[in-house]
Design a protein around this ligand. Structure first.
Ligand SMILES: [Cu+2]
Length: 770
């Protein structure tokens, strides 16, 4: 009977299991048909996890036609109590559509749509004076208990839940109107996150720690720890298998005092046909008392803000005055392939002292950015990035605003002396990417803006960090003080009096079909969002990043709440009151019409399928042991770097991130895709739950634009053209790629360290056939 229920939820997607897992666990699971987490149980999700592992061990990917991923990270098994008799079932945790790659509350709790599948419930009246079964959700602390509505046998939508770790309970009740659980409990289950365990006992394997005598001489300084989280046992001896490199140790670097000090970003307005001379140079900065040698475009942090009209062409004379080979990539712009700035693909690297002229055509209005595409992990971290603001031709392209602010968000990694060293032969921090510990907005630690009361401010946001995904909101400090970082939001739709409403207007390559309200903005590396915010109360509004990290040592969530800056709102009223326009959400008929051309393709079978996964080799035993057991919880997004030592020690010697084409088995640069201008291609991207360390990947496609159609089978209901999409761990995402621009274009993960590890491929786009 349960099989019939399960039959309705197909698509168990997993790559062939890593040898260790398949050998140690996969075959066992296949043989027993149950998973070891809850001995003796045959819970629906566990059974499916076992099926998934068995399929993986057999080298087969199961049916993917529905695009749904309902394996263990998206599923809660429901177990019967003594009162529940033979009742059983499971709850699917579905995607909640939003303008972002993941849907979270302003405090960073992932919001899920719950759907119950239950069978075997006896009539409620058979348990006593009860008329109905009710479902409830509660965090492990058992408060609050949130009603999810009446349930019965069959499928029931239960609404949304946004707790870190939680329980789902089903009880018999006298009425569907009861506000708290009073009747007997019949079914209950734990969220996948609630099954997360501490790593420590597993990492304590005695063999995990090498004896001091076996150690190579230390060449590295230990990296900064995460405040409040103790290092995992067994990892303190690790260090990267690469030599440390830094700008400060460059042999011919002049004394710090003699370097030019970086200046703030300057606005450069260029007309059609205009030319900009752009030099990459070494500069000095002082941040948090550290004397830093960094890189800059034209001596500015960030680089010049280049403002151009839509449909214009500009020329950039680039000169490399840094010690590194480099190039400039113009992210998101559908320019001529020759000027895409990818060394080894579209041009040779510009050697120190060399130069290159870029010709850039701006086909689309919006916010874009430029950065090196050569050891991006070093050069971008050192400050080589800037924005391009392409002004729309239409005067009413955006709604009215009192001012526009262009913000580049970044995080840099500082130790006591300055910037933490990079890997010389290979990037390190290869597993999760290099998380910084000092946030920068437009190159400064602490963003400041003063506005008049009632001003509508349009923010153009770009994430220039190596790996960090932000969850940004504006907190009204006067309205009741900073929120408790651990606050729980039971219902994501409830008003949060502390957070200002944010109007989401546009993203990477233009506007959404419809403007939409949000309370926070999720911004993965290289993504852009354009938002309008109205500051109608005098006082201070903090710009914060609020996320739920994980203390893996204890297996618990840990909130991270960081203030990135503030907006001071004066008491004087704004000269122009755009309040009424701000309250109106606009629909963009031209955007909808543009997308309408492609809507008939939305439900097609995918033309191509990619799996994002990870291959590891020769990892230190302590790292391997801490993750290679049967059940590891992966957050949809690794929001912050809470395991810095382990992450720091990984390089290209141990870690290879992979884009694998399902049809051919080809990986990364082996993949051959040939398209022509005019082609429209549906691509399914599966972020492998079975990867040794599954995590999110912001996938970037050069020179084209695409639509994000659906995630985990749930269609997005408000589309926008994108060039970068955040793909959460263990997700399946369908995108529709429009081939509009001939050339050889790169597709890659925009976590700088993942790109360095080889997570990239090239597609050929031929001229349109005659
Ligand atoms: Cu990645």
């Amino acid at each position: 009977m349960l099989g019939a229920v399960l039959g309705g939820v197909r698509a168990l997607i997993r790559r062939p299991a890593p040898a260790l897992m398949a050998g140690a666990f996969g075959l066992l699971a296949a043989a027993s048909g149950v998973q070891g987490q809850l001995p003796g149980s045959s819970g629906a999700c566990e059974a499916r996890g076992a099926e998934t592992r068995a399929a993986g061990a057999a080298g087969a990917l199961t049916d993917t036609s529905t695009g749904r991923v309902a394996a263990d990270l998206h599923c809660i098994s429901l177990y019967s109590t003594a009162r529940g008799g033979d009742a059983q079932g499971f709850v699917e945790l579905g995607r909640v559509p939003s303008p972002f790659g993941v849907t979270v509350t302003p405090s960073g709790h992932h919001v899920r749509a719950l759907t119950a599948h239950i069978e075997g419930l006896p009539p409620p009246g058979s348990l006593g004076p009860f008329t109905v079964y009710m479902a409830w959700a509660t965090p492990l602390e058992l408060a609050p208990v949130v009603p999810l509505g009446p349930v019965g046998n069959g499928e029931h939508a239960l609404g949304r839940v946004a707790f870190n770790k939680f329980l789902v309970m089903v009880s018999a009740e006298t009425s569907a109107d009861v506000e708290s659980r009073e009747g007997p409990l019949v079914l209950r289950g734990r969220s996948p996150s609630a099954l997360m365990e501490a790593h420590d006992l597993l990492a304590l394997a005695p063999s995990a720690t090498r004896r001091a005598a076996d150690r190579a001489p230390t060449r590295w300084d230990a990296p900064p720890a995460y405040p409040g989280i103790a290092m995992l046992p067994g990892v303190m001896d690790l260090e990267p298998r690469a030599r440390p490199a830094s700008l400060r140790s460059a042999a011919d670097l002049p004394p710090w005092e003699s370097l030019p000090e970086a200046i703030p970003r300057q606005l450069v307005d260029l007309p059609d046909g205009g030319t900009l001379d752009l030099d990459a140079t070494i500069v000095r900065r002082e941040i948090d008392g550290r004397r830093l040698a960094m890189l800059a475009f034209n001596g500015q942090h960030p680089g010049p803000l280049i403002r151009v009209p839509e449909k214009s062409t500009i020329f950039v004379n680039f000169t490399n005055r840094t010690p590194y080979p480099t190039a400039v990539h113009w992210h998101g712009i559908r320019l001529d392939n020759d000027f895409d700035g990818v060394p080894g693909l579209t041009q040779d690297p510009v050697e120190p002292g060399g130069s290159f002229q870029y010709r850039i055509f701006f086909r689309d209005a919006g916010i874009y950015w430029y950065h090196p595409h050569h050891r991006e992990d070093i050069q971008q971290e050192l400050g080589l990035y800037g924005n391009l603001l392409v002004d729309p031709a239409a005067a009413d392209y955006y709604g009215p605003a009192n001012r526009e602010e262009v913000l580049m968000l970044d995080d840099i990694l500082l130790d006591a002396d300055g910037l933490v060293d990079f890997g010389a032969e290979s990037a390190n921090y290869m597993l999760m990417g290099r998380f910084g510990n000092r946030a920068l907005v437009n190159g400064e630690p602490g963003y400041r803006l003063e506005v008049d009361r009632g001003e509508v401010v349009r923010f153009h946001l770009t994430n220039a960090s190596n790996t960090r995904t932000f969850n940004l909101s504006f907190v009204d400090i006067e309205g009741g003080g900073l929120p408790d970082p651990d606050q729980r939001v039971a219902d994501p739709d409830i008003e949060d009096p502390h957070r200002l409403p944010v109007k989401v207007v546009a993203s990477d390559v233009g506007r959404f079909e419809r403007e939409e309200w949000a309370r926070s903005v999720v911004l993965a590396p290289a993504e852009r969002y354009v938002i309008d915010v109205r500051f109608d109360r005098p006082g201070t509004h903090a710009l914060v990043n609020h996320v739920q990290g994980i203390n893996h040592r204890q297996g618990v969530f840990r909130a991270e709440f960081r203030t990135l800056g503030g907006v001071r709102v004066g008491s004087q009223a704004a000269a122009h009151d755009h309040g009424a326009a701000f309250e109106t959400l606009r629909e963009h008929a031209d955007v909808i019409a543009d997308i309408d051309r492609y809507r008939p393709r939305f439900d097609d079978e995918p033309d191509r399928e990619l799996v994002m996964t990870l291959e590891t080799e020769d990892l230190p035993l302590s790292i391997e042991r801490s993750m290679a057991y049967d059940w590891v919880y992966f957050n949809p997004v690794e929001w912050t770097g809470t395991m810095p030592r382990m992450n720091w020690a990984t390089t290209g010697s141990e870690v290879r991130w992979v884009l694998r084409e399902t049809a051919t088995g080809h990986e990364n640069d082996e993949i051959e895709w040939n398209f022509a201008v005019g082609d429209v291609v549906k691509i399914r991207v599966i972020n492998d739950r079975g990867a040794f360390h599954a995590m999110q990947h912001p996938l970037h496609i050069h020179g084209q634009r695409f639509l994000v159609l659906s995630q985990n089978g749930v269609p997005n209901d408000n589309l926008v053209w994108k060039d970068t999409v955040l793909l959460p761990a263990a997700s399946t995402t369908d995108i529709l790629l429009e081939l509009s621009n001939p050339g050889r274009w790169m597709i890659h993960c925009h976590i700088a360290e993942h790109l360095e590890s080889g997570m990239k491929m090239v597609m050929n786009v031929a001229e349109a056939p005659p």
